[in-house]
Design a protein around this ligand. Sequence first.
Ligand code: ADE
Length: 360
Amino acid sequence: MVIISDDKKLGIRGKDSVTNTVRNPNIKAESIEYDKTFENSIRPKDFDSYIGQCELKETLKIILEAAKKREKPLDHMLFYGPPGLGKTTIAGVIASQMGVDIKITSAPALERPRDIIGILMSLKGGEILFIDEIHRLNKVAEEILYPAMEDFTIDMTTGKSQTAKTLRISIPKFTLIGATTKAGELSSPLRDRFGMMHRLEFYTVDELSSVVKRTAKILDVDITEEGAKAIAKRSRGTPRIANRLVKRVSDFAIVKYDGKIDDIVANESLDILKIDEFGLDTTDRALLNLIINKYDGGPVGVETIAAALSEDVRTIEDVCEPYLLQAGLLQRTPRGRKVSPEGYRHLGLKIPSEQKSLFE
Ligand code: ADE
């Protein structure tokens, strides 16, 4: 497969305005960004090598087989859940299993009407259009998408005011796969046009161990079962993090040891990288410490937290919080975020008596 970057204006972490076409059957990355290249090079291409999300895989296998038998394109699908759980990856697997190309873009890259019209008009029959961060699509782009998703048509206006004419253009039948970390922010008309919606779940330690071993094998890195598990435990239930840690730990193993990763090498290098046994990094711990030390454990608003940590609200909400909430270290209340007794315990701090009586 070949990844063609149509637009090299790289936004936040190289993500915002990149549009790629991934052609079957082999992927070769034409350098978009180092991390993306690494991620693309290790992406599984079939259901067997895609680890975890078993329920989703079983459902998809049926949907794909039915679509093939009917010789019809797949229904539009929406995948949601925290970042790094494999939403883009599963879209790639679907394309590869259907034997079709996938065009990958993200909502911030579809700022002007011509961006979305251009990409819709470039699609061929059966192709998949993947729109990441679809909750960030603007109203105009959304309204262009509605008839495209429903009737495979685009309504285009030419001319101005009195001389304006609307042209209806047919486009080939395609499948839209949307991905979002915030399904709740999708407008209901857009949400209603997806034939299938699925939430991706955090991975278990066993599943992440398998991801780690698979990546180590691709990178030709020697790793023991215990080494894989040690990395998996600190990967916050997220394969993207597990894959990055394999690389970091393997650098450490090459420089400091004989290149082989066992649990001692993994734990020592992750300690040096300041990733604790829960997988929390410096920012996560700073967030919990801030709420405890400055706001008596909370509740405190996310804007205040973001400003105090010099992070943007979106990073706090989309990257830090999902795992802290899932791990039970942080709680969301109507008045803001609160550190749970578990959060205090994790940082080795005494639980204040008020919190104790509330939770025990
Ligand atoms: N890399 C990222 N997500 C993955 C998954 N679910 N299985 C295998 N490798 C992956």
